[in-house]
Design a protein around this ligand. Structure first.
Ligand SMILES: C[S@@+](CC[C@H](N)C(=O)[O-])C[C@H]1O[C@@H](n2cnc3c(N)ncnc32)[C@H](O)[C@@H]1O
Length: 209
């Protein structure tokens, strides 16, 4: 593992070591927009959904409660996966868990929905974004949905102490290219547990040939 990736992993392991799931800055009790976007896809409860950088988000629990059966959570942090499994209890065994850095993971499986809230924006290096998009293209089925939320142009320049790239719907579309067709765009204000306001843009794209 490169020194850069090692430091990235150490950063996230440190956060999940120190903070409980409801103390992290990005915590949401109810991931309303993610659930709304997933519900708006044509993917039924048998669809294959991956939450990239899912951390300890409650999204998996809500999706399981809604009847979705084929869920995968990928995260760079083993500690986050351990905590997420603990939160889910027995239900965690029906979910697939992958501890990996998305910029170096080779997918063998394909998915109908790729969900990413607040992960892509941490990729400040062009080559990391290219690797992420290569992985996305490898793993997302044709006509599959990319649901992505990043800091908007109005958001702070850092998230979780790390620099981020902030996006408009246009610059986000440019990153993913013409075969990703935007079908839904909205903004969301997130208030952190310490009261700071972060503005997100959230987009759903459909992948075409
Ligand atoms: C700001 S948190 C968002 C967590 C979750 N998506 C949510 O909305 O609650 C970013 C998450 O991405 C994970 N992460 C950061 N960089 C990553 C990478 N290169 N590959 C995989 N996961 C990563 C972190 O461990 C963390 O769980």
């Amino acid at each position: 593992m490169s020194l850069f990736r090692r430091k990235r992993k150490d950063h996230w392991e440190g956060i999940y070591q120190r903070l409980a799931p409801n103390e992290v800055g990005w915590h949401q009790t109810f991931p309303k927009m993610s659930l709304k976007s997933i519900n708006r896809t044509s993917v039924g409860t048998g669809g294959r959904i991956i939450d990239v950088g899912g951390g300890t988000s409650s999204l998996t629990r809500h999706l399981l409660d809604m009847g979705y059966r084929d869920l995968t959570v990928l995260d760079i942090s083993g500690k986050s996966i351990k905590k997420a499994k603990l939160q889910l209890g027995e239900k965690s065994s029906s979910t697939n868990w992958i501890e990996a850095d998305i910029t170096s993971y080779e997918f063998k499986e394909q998915y109908d929905v790729w969900h990413d809230r607040a992960v892509f924006h941490f990729l400040t290096k062009t080559e990391d974004r290219k690797r992420y998009i290569d992985a996305l293209n490898q793993a997302l089925n044709l006509n599959g949905h990319l649901i992505i939320a990043t800091f908007s142009l109005d958001a702070p320049p850092k998230c979780s102490g790390l620099p981020v790239v902030r996006y408009s719907p246009e610059t986000l579309q440019k990153e993913f290219g013409q075969n990703f067709n935007p079908v839904e765009i909205y903004e969301e204000e997130h208030v952190t547990p310490s009261g700071a306001v972060q503005n997100f843009i959230c987009c759903r794209f459909i992948k075409h040939a």
